[in-house]
Design a protein around this ligand. Structure first.
Ligand code: ADP
Length: 589
């Protein structure tokens, strides 16, 4: 049978109460009996001693006639039985026997207390009195009468009283036991009720919480609440361990995802303290070390970004927001878009930082490109339109003016063709993902071929040329692309250098590449334009470039072509003037 906590508590307390009451009761009953008997014994001894003095004080020779009245007197005064027994056992006097009885009473010489008194001077015995038919306690002490005659004086008292007291004690103990059992039952019931109420509450609470997070516990109707609690706690602990394990796995997966993200992610609690930050966010915000637990404004070094975030985060209505700002990091400007997302179930925030520098740059390049293309095309088209209109309106018959107009149409048509073919080539290069086909090329031969094409223009401007390229230097390049690159650079050298400038063409060999430099000592390009001259339509001096027939696409084409051959391009400014364009091409082995 399964006992509930109530039953267990009741049985335990009942057992304890019974053990305590029984042991105390038994001990008390026997101690009380002994104490009473010892008191009666000492009283009897006093009575016997008094009896002895009175017997010894009888002036005449001792006879039944003078001894019995002494025994009667003393027995009446002390409420005990006083017996005077001569040495031979003859009862000389007895307070409970009259004269007739005294004659008939048997010899008391062999009574144990009498024998003991004669032998040791004091005789005690507790036994059933045949004379009085009750249990008695006897004390006997010897006397020695001066008139000759010895014997014992015996005092006796019923010990029925002791038995009565002991049986009364047993009743009291029984009653006390009964009352204690009732109290024990009530106490056990009360304490069990109080304990189980708390336990049931704890159990219910634990089960409720466990069920809330999807953990199924044991049946609540279980008899033993503690057992139920232990089983429930065991299940909860087991499930929690499982859940914690799953959560740890989830967390490490999440951390791996966060760490692998290009976007920066920062999680904040309600006090704007960082609870999570990934590597990208640390790199974007230019911070390192332990950031968790620190306030956002403590880790963000830029006051404007901090202000921006503060005002966004402290808005009354917690809705997702998107901010964009410029961010200076190690001498470079970044454009950062920040998404602020309020957490759904808690008061914190998630901040996602996207680096939109490149997107914004491309957007502005695209906008510039569209504006530039339309602008570049509009001018020659307008010339063509206007001139053909004028011709149609009659200027065609003007022998002097007509050729000028037609020549302008021809020139602008060529310009349109040049722009469109450059644009086409550029877009083809952009669309084509694969590198260009390359072959073994003697660099000096290609450079000389390109120089031939511009030789006339070089001579017109009296430009000096210095070429230092070894004859046997071979590179791995695409011939057509290499020609276009060199033509563009040499063409620019002619266009943007004044008369008698010097153009130097060099080849510098390294382990895997050959660096080809085209240096001039012309007007040069200032620093702010240097990074942009490779963009489409970017020109330092638009007017001058147009006048020179430039499309603004040459260097952009150069960059694309070189990169498609596996090299790089660059521009260094020279002091006091001039510039140095360079590009690298893989060596041929
Ligand atoms: P463009 O058709 O205008 O020459 P490019 O793309 O070839 O276009 O060159 C871009 C701009 O770079 C030019 O407009 C010019 O301002 C500048 N540039 C190119 N080469 C030189 C040079 N050697 N010296 C000075 N400026 C140059």
């Amino acid at each position: 049978m399964k006992l509930g906590i109530r039953g267990k508590l009741f049985l335990t307390s009942l057992f304890l109460v019974l053990v305590v009451i029984l042991s105390t009761g038994i001990y008390l009953a026997s101690a009380m009996g002994e104490w009473l008997e010892s008191r009666i014994a000492s009283q009897l001894q006093t009575h016997a001693t008094t009896g002895r003095s009175m017997v010894q004080a009888i002036p005449d020779k001792l006879t039944k006639n003078n001894v019995d009245p002494v025994a009667d007197l003393l027995g009446r005064d002390t409420q005990s039985r006083i017996t005077v027994i001569a040495k031979d056992g003859t009862v000389m006097g007895d307070s409970r026997l009259d004269g007739k009885g005294l004659l008939m009473v048997e010899n008391h010489g062999m009574r144990p207390e009498v024998l003991l008194a004669h032998k040791k001077g004091l005789g005690i015995s507790k036994r059933f009195s045949n004379t009085l038919r009750i249990f008695m306690l006897y004390i006997a002490i010897p006397y020695d009468h001066p008139g000759g005659g010895t014997g014992v004086v015996r005092a006796a008292m019923s010990v029925e009283e002791v038995s009565q007291i002991q049986s009364r004690m047993r009743w009291i103990i029984f009653l006390a036991g009964l009352i204690s059992v009732i109290i024990a039952i009530s106490m056990a019931a009360l304490s069990a009720h109080l304990t189980t109420r708390t336990l049931r509450q704890v159990l219910k609470d634990a089960q409720k919480r466990a069920e809330k997070i999807g953990i199924k516990t044991v049946d609540r109707s279980d008899n033993d609440e503690i057992h139920g609690l232990i089983v429930s706690v065991g299940i909860i602990v087991e499930e929690l361990e499982k859940t914690l394990g799953e959560l740890a796995g989830e967390r490490s997966r999440l951390e791996a995802v966060l760490e692998g993200m290009d976007d920066g992610v920062v999680a904040l609690d309600q006090d704007f303290k960082v609870t999570l930050i990934n590597r990208s966010a640390q790199s974007m915000l230019d911070i390192s070390g332990k950031q968790r637990g620190r306030k956002l404004h403590e880790i963000i070094k830029a006051p404007h970004l901090d202000d921006l975030l503060n005002s966004a985060l402290s808005r009354e209505n917690r809705t997702s927001q998107c901010l964009e700002c410029t961010w200076q990091k190690s001498a470079q400007q970044y454009r950062i878009m920040i998404n602020l997302i309020p957490m759904r179930d808690q008061p914190g925030w998630i901040l996602v930082f996207h680096d939109v520098t490149e997107i914004r740059r491309l957007e502005s390049v695209r906008q510039d490109f569209v504006a530039n293309v339309s602008h570049e095309l509009r001018t020659p088209i307008s010339v063509v339109q206007a001139n053909s209109q004028t011709l149609l309106n009659g200027a065609i018959r003007d022998e002097k003016y007509a050729p000028v107009l037609i020549e302008a149409i021809e020139r602008n048509a060529q310009r349109l063709t040049a722009i469109i073919s450059d644009l086409l080539e550029l877009s083809l290069l952009e669309v084509k993902q694969d590198p260009l086909n390359t072959e073994k090329i003697n660099l000096l031969h290609v450079v000389e071929g390109s120089l031939d094409l511009v030789m006339e223009a070089f001579e017109d401007k009296k430009l000096k040329i210095q070429v230092s390229i070894p004859n046997n230097l071979h590179i791995q390049a695409n011939l057509g692309a290499l020609n276009k690159v060199l033509n563009n650079l040499l063409d620019n050298a002619v266009k943007y250098n004044s008369n008698e400038a010097t153009i130097k063409i060099r080849a510098i060999e390294s382990e895997n590449f050959v660096k080809i430099e085209v240096e001039d000592n012309g007007s040069g390009i200032s620093k702010e334009h240097q990074t942009r001259v490779f963009e489409r339509f970017y020109r330092v001096d638009t007017g001058r470039s147009r006048k020179m027939g430039g499309t603004g696409l040459g260097l952009s084409l150069v960059k694309h072509l070189v990169e498609k051959m596996g090299g790089e391009v660059g521009l260094d400014s020279l002091k006091p003037n001039g510039c140095l364009f360079w590009f690298t091409i893989p060596r041929y082995y």
